[in-house]
Design a protein around this ligand. Structure first.
Ligand SMILES: [Zn+2]
Ligand SMILES: [Zn+2]
Ligand SMILES: [Zn+2]
Ligand SMILES: [Zn+2]
Length: 328
């Protein structure tokens, strides 16, 4: 069976400095809710479709009557592959706009609906608008099942080739997906490993703290602040969380804003000394967990609980270090 794969049509372009908007497509052309965030626009609708297994030259036409493809030796060096461009809207359900995912149903006139939409149609076609007998469209099911798509964040480093039907699921948790800046009211979306430019330009130096892995640094934290941004030397973004656990004390922990453990694992140590007797110290050594975004609260399995009596009621001084090791 032939195998299909997609790649962004402008995949050779340099990535913009910040995130693209959501890739959610609507047939009416309306922008996705988060379009317009910092960075470039959404990926283009036309994508290159690559089909492995083609053995003869042919031409493909898809979309609104446009000739969109070329067939023969693929540009990726796969002599057996063919590539073509297709309007990806054709692969979305015309009712819910989600990627067509088997089982697929069609009326006598060939109008297709996905399972969840078909189950709500009550045997009336959404296009024909009259009673219809729906049947499975096995041929189309095989086509959409065979399509592999590059991730929307391929330009930023994702090498995954994912099933088109699972593309949204992958992109929601893709390591290379943009993440929201945690500073309240900022709205910027940045990428793992590319944060310092944004913080240097758009935020006050008091909003974050640069550090070197393996070296301890002192943090003077306002007791009422819920977190402090820590920027690693490789531009990974961490949050030193400060949760007030009334009536006990402050719970401190460190999380990394990212969606996976690709390349690096992180650990941290926090030490707090008593303001009355600095020889009395509390310490925590733990692994850094990931947070996809700051949502006002992020529970962590480990934290350093510093009693209110142990520290100042206005400012807390901590010694922090973050370690980095290669992921296996
Ligand atoms: Zn649907
Ligand atoms: Zn119909
Ligand atoms: Zn990805
Ligand atoms: Zn920001």
């Amino acid at each position: 069976m032939a195998k299909f794969s997609f790649a962004d049509a402008d995949a050779d372009e340099d990535p913009p400095p910040a995130a693209a908007g959501s890739d959610k497509r609507k047939r009416d052309g309306s922008p996705a809710p988060d379009d317009g965030a910092a960075g470039g626009g959404p990926p283009p609708k036309a994508r290159r479709l690559e089909v492995a297994g083609g053995e003869r030259e042919e031409r493909a036409v898809a979309g609104c009557g446009r000739e969109v493809g070329r067939v023969g030796a693929g540009g990726d060096g796969n002599a057996m592959g063919i590539s073509m461009r297709i309007d990806p809207d054709l692969l979305d359900c015309s009712i819910c706009f989600e990627p067509l995912c088997p089982p697929l149903y069609q009326c006598q006139n060939g109008h297709v609906a996905c399972l969840s939409c078909w189950s709500m149609l009550s045997n009336k076609c959404h296009v024909c608008s009259h009673d219809a007998i729906f049947a499975r469209n096995i041929a189309l099911e095989k086509i959409v099942e065979s399509i592999k798509s590059s991730c929307a964040y391929a330009k930023w480093g994702c090498c995954e080739l994912v099933s088109y039907t699972q593309r949204n699921t992958h992109e929601e948790s893709c390591f290379f997906a943009p993440l929201m800046c945690p500073i309240p009211g900022c709205g910027y979306r940045g990428f793992t490993g590319r944060w310092s430019g944004h913080f240097l330009v758009d935020h006050h130096s008091a909003d974050f703290l640069h550090f070197v892995y393996g070296q301890s640094f002192e943090v003077n934290l306002e007791a009422s602040l819920p977190f402090l941004v820590l920027l690693g030397e490789d531009d990974h973004l961490f949050l030193l969380l400060n949760k007030n656990m009334t009536p006990f004390g402050h719970a401190f922990s460190v999380v990394c804003l990212r969606t996976g453990d690709l390349n690096w694992k992180f650990s941290y140590e926090i030490e707090a000394a008593s303001t009355r007797n600095p020889e009395n110290c509390m310490q925590l050594k733990a692994s850094v967990t990931n947070a996809k975004e700051w949502e006002g609260l992020h529970p962590t399995e480990s934290f350093l609980l510093v009693p209110y009596d142990f520290c100042s009621s206005t400012n807390i001084t901590l010694s922090v270090s973050v370690g980095r090791s290669a992921s296996v």
